[in-house]
Design a protein around this ligand. Structure first.
Ligand code: PLP
Length: 404
């Protein structure tokens, strides 16, 4: 795994601006770590398309992962169309899993044609759609159904990202699970697995604590099941992740409960693999130097405003740490379309290119065209041989087609 940022050697003038550039070498290095975990533990690892769904790299996914997980119909179709083919399915890869907080019937009918695992968020959705699901299974015996559980074990500090926060709508809490099955034990018929998701950008100890809670609260049901999905939020490809220990934990868990474990990390596929390149359009002054870029926080990196977090910009420091400090802002009318304050060793120049780091996961999938701002182009670069492929450029038609 590269321990340094591979983009320090990327020539930003090789792509249009703005542009997401993905380093294939880093994605492959991340996938190799995930593949090692699968190979050595027997657990199956899926890539979460919600975090990163750049399907030009699907051939790499198919080489290393067991499949993809989707949040609904469109991602499930993408997973089936681009990340799954007969050859990979024959090798036990290319699985398509789907979980949604609720399914519309019309979506579910289509999901049941393309997904292998369909996870329901509640027993009410499962009982409503059970007949539909079991009829689909007669046509496609590989279909499996699961229930998302809520272990009510929080590991995150931010409620927005905590599926176990009080009153969360995600998954069935233990008391509701027990009561529902007490009233109607047959409801578990047709269910072959459980799914939970509690983590966000975390390493092994939070997973261990979650497993303890899951085993304690739901362990009695394991004997009726075939698989359990540990969800996402595992930063397995981060340099300090305890990969060897994770392999041991997965092996022991599967042996103890005779369950197939799935994990569905998204970020871990793409961390450190992508940048957003943008260009300085104007430099103005209002109490401090302002640089207006051909990108936008709200359109191209909304997590900067939503999470919020400070994006890393290559070759910059915190305000006033270097000689020249600028407020970096976007092109839109939103007063708060501000990426942040950064200092540079040299003054910025019009037309200068900047690189926002770690923009592959969750950023590419969340872009919008507010104000008619163009979407960033997409390029795949390979830091091993410097090959560059401009995969996609967007324009007026892409904007117009969404609006009427
Ligand atoms: C159900 C589920 N699975 C997988 C993921 C992927 O998580 P991450 O990208 O943090 O690994 C998420 C993220 O929200 C999720 O909600």
């Amino acid at each position: 795994m590269p321990q340094f940022n591979t983009f320090t050697k990327f020539d930003t003038s090789r792509v249009p601006s703005p542009c997401f550039v993905i380093d294939r070498a880093v994605v492959e290095a991340n996938l190799k770590i995930l593949h090692r975990v699968q190979r050595e533990s027997g657990a199956k690892i899926l890539g979460a398309l919600k975090a990163f769904s750049c399907w030009s790299l699907a051939p790499l996914f198919k080489q290393y992962l067991s499949g993809t997980c989707a949040s609904g119909l469109h991602e499930a179709c993408l997973g089936r169309e681009e990340f799954s083919d007969e050859e990979s399915r024959a090798r036990g890869r290319g699985e398509v899993h789907c979980y949604s907080a609720a399914y519309k019937e019309s979506d579910l009918i289509e999901i049941l044609k393309v997904a292998d695992h369909v996870v329901f968020n509640s027993f009410s959705q499962w009982s409503r759609f059970k007949a539909l699901a079991l009829t689909a299974k007669q046509r496609r015996p590989e279909l499996q159904f699961g229930i998302r559980i809520n272990p009510e074990h929080s590991e995150g500090d931010v409620p927005l990202y905590d599926p176990c926060a009080p009153c969360s709508r995600m998954g069935v809490p233990c008391a509701v699970f027990q009561q529902t099955l007490k009233n109607d034990p047959a409801l578990l018929d047709g269910i072959s697995g459980l799914h939970f998701h509690t983590l966000c950008q975390q390493d092994l100890p939070p997973l261990l604590r979650t497993l303890e809670a899951v085993e304690e609260k739901f362990g009695t049901y394991f004997k009726c099941l075939e698989w359990i999905n540990f969800g996402g939020g595992h930063h397995i490809s981060r340099n300090d992740y305890q990969v060897d220990e994770l392999i041991g934990v997965l092996k022991a868990f599967q042996a103890r409960h005779k369950l197939q474990v799935y994990m569905e990390p998204g970020e871990a596929v793409a961390i450190r693999s992508g940048v957003l390149i943008a260009e300085v359009l104007d430099i103005t002054w209002n109490s401090m130097a302002q640089a207006i870029l051909d990108t936008s926080a709200t359109c191209h990196m909304p997590d900067v405003l939503e999470m919020p977090y400070r994006a890393d910009v290559l070759d910059t420091a915190m305000p006033n740490e270097l000689a020249h400090t600028y407020r970096l802002g976007g092109m839109t009318c939103l007063a708060g379309d501000v990426i942040g304050d950064y200092s540079f060793a040299e003054p910025l120049a019009l037309g200068q290119r900047l690189m926002f780091d770690d923009m592959a996961h969750y950023t590419m999938v969340k872009t919008t065209t507010f104000n008619g701002i163009n979407l960033p182009a997409i390029a795949i670069w390979d830091s091993r041989n410097n090959e560059l492929q401009l995969v996609r450029q967007f324009g007026y038609e892409d904007f117009k087609q969404r609006l009427s």
